[in-house]
Design a protein around this ligand. Sequence first.
Ligand code: PGA
Length: 262
Amino acid sequence: MSRKPIFAANWKMNKGASETEDFVKSFLSKQQGLNLPAEIVIAPPFVSLPKLADLLHDSNPGQNAHAIQIAAQNCSQYDSGAYTGEISVLMLREFFVHYVIIGHSERRAIYGETDATINAKIRKAREANLKPIFCIGETLAEREGGMLETVLRTQVTDGLKDVSEKDLSDIVIAYEPVWAIGTGVTATSEQAQEAHAFVRSLIADLYGSDSAAKIRIQYGGSVKPNNAAELMACPDIDGALIGGAALDPQSFLEIIRNGTAE
Ligand code: PGA
């Protein structure tokens, strides 16, 4: 089963419109002619989406621009109405957004998102034909307390409740151990592979082995140019969700290049 790796830059609360423009121009000029065997995704803050859409879809037809997909970092589980500060999936569609990160550990820990909220957002995203990048992962205390499999099982089962097999085929899972995010501590390739294989087995239990073989599972948590190759060589790792190291175009490109090198 060959799964196309997917490398997504999660910029978090970094880069307004002008920094977005600087990054994209630099990235496109470096990427030109490389034809990397991967899907490349950028998730900027909401306010930078119009600029990104403009740069990638209108003004640069010749520059490999269409090879890059746009993601949002979050979406509302509601359609419209009195939800101050929220952004709906249909609003995102207006800016050529194809992917949406849902359930990032920062959303879970800082904004109290539960598995039920995350499930509602995943289903709402699919209604608008957006592709969720569904984040899961355990804390250090959970791992050290022997809870890794229980935590992942609950997150996967509850997060995907009532999601059809067809919709699952447009979902990417991002396994991100919370203790590895932004800390400089990466899971070893053995730890990452073990967790990814377990997540794939959960998908097999829920949806069957065909869906499990097809679903892409990204690794996230302190991915850098110098550890990308080893992580991406693991059989169940299909790309990366990258925070800090994707803020610089050269570093993001090196991760993709090293992570896809044969
Ligand atoms: P990091 O973030 O690469 O800075 O660890 C990853 C993420 O939060 O998705």
